[in-house]
Each structure stands twice: as structure tokens, then as C-alpha cells.
Ligand binder design. Structure first.
Ligand SMILES: *Cc1c(COP(=O)(O)O)cnc(C)c1O
Length: 426
């Protein structure tokens, strides 16, 4: 029987862990059924506790861009462990990774390491507020910037999946400083500026949105945000936790040719270990403790094992000139072929794609913001998800998530995926 041991493990886990999971979207609540309990992964495949292999299109929600258990990253990390696990002191490795990142990412001079994307975004807005001496921030409906209080207001990803994008526990005092705009709607941003003249510390945005499914900014939208920020003395924060080192070495900034004032990272930067980071020009970063008054700290920040895994991953990305073209091409093929298959079946759908990020929305309408994403047929998505899963293809268990293509996904895996899609009946 499929998912037998996963079912048993899930039942047991629910006695001890809320919902049986340590992060909500893992619970399959939106698609229903039993989440797979995974015991190992290699290359393009993950293996569940029932010993079935699946082609993995989640890749730990983005980090595993090289595929799982990449031999070079594994060897470097194991070697590092022999020297100790954590010191709570500076290490040479931290400067090495900082040098590499500031060299390849546009418009940043300095970087601070943290342990998650949540921490990175939370710290980035504190820094923006400290730097501008203003309190309010603008975020976009359906964008997800981690689970810190200021961002759990019409948030995407799991928050959107479970229908509570606004979380209880966030005080009104905090919520009032987060102003909401619509993705791809510059007028909604201008209106906020009109009503809050000189009060906006920062605009934070996913430059390619990936937490309401994949949504691409329309021509001129981000450039208009850049101009508005320049006019108003507001900092533009690109949350590149998902896009950083995935779309290119210089992330979305490089791909789109638009510079942000502060950039946040996570996911790929840690090569599968818990790492986040935020970075900016020197004049901004100098406001951080111990140089400046804006406080930020972390016991395990810059952990040597995590740094080594991240550094090795980034170096592979840096050296392999064709890697980004390759994974973009794989994603393009997947997009086109799935489009053909669903069209032939007469199933209404849209695919959105940028680089190696894509998603399928079951709708006739273009999807350019959170409202559009909500209007898509999520019950068809759920059927599609379970059909693919049964056929050995592991997609993200929600219509509000992006598929991440790794470099380990080759022709054979694409063929398996398309074969599975061909037998789908809506
Ligand atoms: C995943 C994600 C986060 C949160 O990162 P965690 O490591 O899960 O805390 C923040 N922003 C974006 C754009 C993300 O995709």
C-alpha cells in the first residue's frame, strides 16, 4: 500500500508535534491526505519511509538547487565537521563567503549572516527603520517574508494555504505599521504614499513572487517602485530568500537590472543548512551593532558547518557557467510540455515561470496578483497534485507554492513527469 508507513508515522507525530509537522505547509492540509515522511534523498529523488522514490520538485522548498546530497558539498561539510561544530567566535570562512557574495551580488558591500529567511527579513526591516528613522513599511498581498509579526498580514505560502493570512497573536500596534499594496499595481503603492507622506521606511517585495504560486512582475512595475523609493527617501528591500542564487548569482537584481537598497537571502545560500542573510551598501550596514545602534545578534549565526555547505554550493554555482541556463531550459521544457498536455485535455490552466521557478494555476485568467491566485481552481490543483504523487512526482502540496527545478533533474526525470501528467483526468 502507498504511504503506509508515512501514515503511521504521521499519526504518531501528531501526538507530540502540533499537526505532526515543524512547519505548516508540510502537513498536506490543503491537498488532503498523508504527508510523505522522507528518509533520504539523492540527486533528483527523495525516498519515503515506504521505500518509494519520487522526482523532487520541491527541493527542500528551494535550497537544493544542485540536487540532493551533492558529493562536493557533502565532502566539504563532513570535512568541516571534523574541526568542530560551532565556536561562537569569528572564523575565516565567514569572511570568505561574505567576500564571494558581495562580489557576485549587485549593490551590496557588506552582509550579515543569520539562521533563516525569517530572521533575515525581520532584521532587514529593523535596519531600514533604524536607518530612515521611520516606522511604516509597505508589503504586498500574497508575498511571504517569513513568520515574524510585521509580515503576517495577508501573507502568502502556508499562511495563504490555510486561509489565515492574518495571524492571531500579531498585535494591532504592530499590524498598523504594515501597509498593504497589490502586486503589479503601482497605483496602490502611490495611494499609500499619499496617505503616509514621509512615514514609509521601506517597501519589501519578492522581486519574483513565489509564495502565492509563481507570479512575475509586469514590465516597469519594479522600476516604478525604485523611482518612488528614490523620490520618497524610502528603502527598497528585495526579499531574495527564494530568488537569490536561484535565478542567477546576482539573483533577481541582476536578472531584472534593478538595484535594491537591502537584499535578504535564505534557502540556496545555506546549501540545505539553516542560513539566512541580509546585505546592503556600507552606509546602511554600518548602522548595525556593534558598529551602529541597530541591534541584531545570533548564537549560531555564521555556523561553520552551515557556512561551509553554503560556500561550497555558491562556489559550484559560480564556477559552472552553464548551470543557470541549463536549469532554466529544463524549466522551460517542463512548462511548455505541461501546457501542451493540459491544453490537449481541454483543462483550463495558466503556467507562470521565471528562470527555474514555475507554477501551474488552474484558471482561464492571467494570474498577476494574490486575488488572481485565489480565484484559480485549487481543488483541481489538489487532484493534480495527488495524481502526480501517486505516479512518483513530488510537487509542492499547495496551489500557492512554486516548483523549484534542480540541476539534477534531467531528461529522464522530465519524461517521467510528463508521462504522469498525460494520465491526469481533471
Ligand atoms: C522561505 C521564504 C522566507 C522565509 O524563510 P525561512 O527560512 O522559512 O524563515 C522569506 N521570504 C521568502 C521570499 C521566502 O521564500
Amino acid at each position: 500500500m502507498l504511504y503506509q508507513r508515512s501514515s503511521a508515522l504521521f499519526a504518531e507525530a501528531q501526538n507530540y508535534i502540533p499537526g505532526g509537522v515543524n512547519s505548516p505547509v508540510r502537513a498536506f492540509k490543503s491537498v488532503g491526505g498523508t504527508p510523505l515522511f522522507i528518509k533520504k534523498a539523492k540527486g533528483a529523488y527523495i525516498t519515503d519511509e515506504d521505500n518509494r522514490d519520487y522526482v523532487d520538485f520541491i527541493n527542500s522548498w528551494g535550497p537544493m538547487i544542485l540536487g540532493h546530497t551533492h558529493p562536493e558539498v557533502l565532502a566539504a561539510t563532513v570535512e568541516q565537521m571534523n574541526n568542530g561544530f560551532s565556536f561562537g567566535t569569528p572564523t575565516e570562512l565567514e569572511t570568505e563567503i561574505a567576500k564571494l557574495i558581495t562580489a557576485v551580488v549587485p549593490n551590496i558591500d557588506m552582509i550579515r549572516m543569520v539562521n533563516s529567511g525569517t530572521e533575515a527579513c525581520m532584521s532587514a526591516i529593523r535596519l531600514a527603520r533604524g536607518f530612515t528613522q521611520r516606522d511604516k513599511i509597505i508589503k504586498f498581498e500574497g508575498c511571504y517574508h517569513g513568520h515574524s509579526d510585521a509580515f503576517l498580514i495577508k501573507a502568502g505560502s502556508g499562511a495563504a494555504t490555510f486561509g489565515n493570512p492574518n495571524s492571531p497573536g500579531v498585535t494591532q500596534g504592530t499590524a498598523k505599521d504594515t501597509l498593504l499594496a497589490r502586486y503589479n499595481d503601482i497605483e496602490s503603492v502611490k495611494k499609500i504614499f499619499e496617505e503616509n507622506e514621509d512615514e514609509i521606511a521601506a517597501i519589501i517585495i519578492e522581486p519574483i513572487a513565489g509564495n502565492m504560486g509563481c507570479i512575475v512582475p509586469e514590465e516597469g512595475f519594479l522600476a516604478s517602485l525604485r523611482t518612488l523609493c528614490n523620490q520618497k527617501g524610502t528603502l527598497l528591500i528585495f526579499d531574495e530568500v527564494m530568488t537569490g542564487f536561484r535565478l542567477s548569482l546576482g539573483g533577481a537584481q541582476q536578472r531584472l537590472g534593478i538595484e535594491a537598497d537591502i537584499v535578504t537571502f535564505g534557502k540556496v545560500i545555506g546549501g540545505g543548512f539553516p542560513v539566512g542573510a541580509f546585505a546592503a551598501r556600507k552606509e546602511i550596514m554600518e548602522h548595525l551593532a556593534p558598529l551602529g545602534p541597530v541591534y541584531q545578534a545570533g548564537t549560531l549565526s555564521g555556523n561553520p558547518i552551515a557556512m561551509r555547505a553554503g560556500y561550497t554550493t555558491l562556489n559550484i554555482l559560480n564556477k559552472d557557467q552553464n548551470l543557470y541556463d541549463r536549469i532554466d531550459k529544463t524549466t522551460e521544457i517542463l512548462d511548455k510540455e505541461i501546457t501542451n498536455i493540459l491544453s490537449e485535455k481541454g483543462i483550463a490552466h495558466q503556467t507562470n515561470r521565471f528562470g527555474s521557478m514555475m507554477s501551474v494555476f488552474f484558471t482561464d485568467e492571467k494570474v498577476i496578483n494574490f486575488d488572481d491566485a485565489q480565484k484559480a481552481n485549487h481543488s483541481t490543483f489538489n487532484k493534480f497534485f495527488h495524481h502526480m504523487l501517486k505516479n512518483g512526482i513530488y510537487l509542492a502540496p499547495s496551489g500557492y507554492e512554486t516548483w523549484f527545478i534542480s540541476d539534477a533533474i534531467k531528461t529522464e526525470e522530465i519524461d517521467k513527469t510528463l508521462t504522469a501528467a498525460r494520465s491526469f483526468e481533471a
